[in-house]
Design a protein around this ligand. Sequence first.
Ligand code: DLZ
Length: 177
Amino acid sequence: MATRNHNLSQFDSPVPSAQEMSFGIVVAEWNCEVTEALLEGAVRTLRQAGCPEANIHVKHVPGTFELSLGAQFFAEYTDVDAVIALGCVIQGDTRHFDFICDGVTQGLTQLQLQWNMPIAFGVLTVNDKQQALDRCGGALGNKGDEAAATAIKMVKLQIEMEADSPNHEPADRRSIN
Ligand code: DLZ
């Protein structure tokens, strides 16, 4: 939780090695000053964890609402181990905020369960631009760092649990339904 006491770039447990992992990052263009800073954080965290440059794939989509489909494109058309979704929705005068936040939250949740694939939620849902700036490299760290660290931890967990599973088959990424 991003509170005054919690910095998004400081993690409760060490970030595992990402040397053998590959990631898709899907970034919303809306509020690009913020989302590009989130991207910088995510890429820095992946690099620091040893992820090779060639294993980091970045694609942009128009807005946060499109992050779910962008993430699904990664699941469908690439062999990345996880997707990191980065966006920023700032509360305005209309109900757009609620619809976009609900849409992306449900979309990404559904997608990761359907594809059995970690999808990190690097979306800032804030009341104003200052709250966003505080969380994309400002006073409260960078949510891009947090999302990347989460993706790495979830890929590691998946690798460990797949290996321990009696029904383990070599990874074959496909939609479950
Ligand atoms: C339309 C819209 C609005 C009002 N606000 C934001 C925002 O704060 N952050 C964001 O990422 N996108 C916003 N969008 C665009 C929607 O996400 C989406 O791209 C459009 O509704 C078209 O589907």
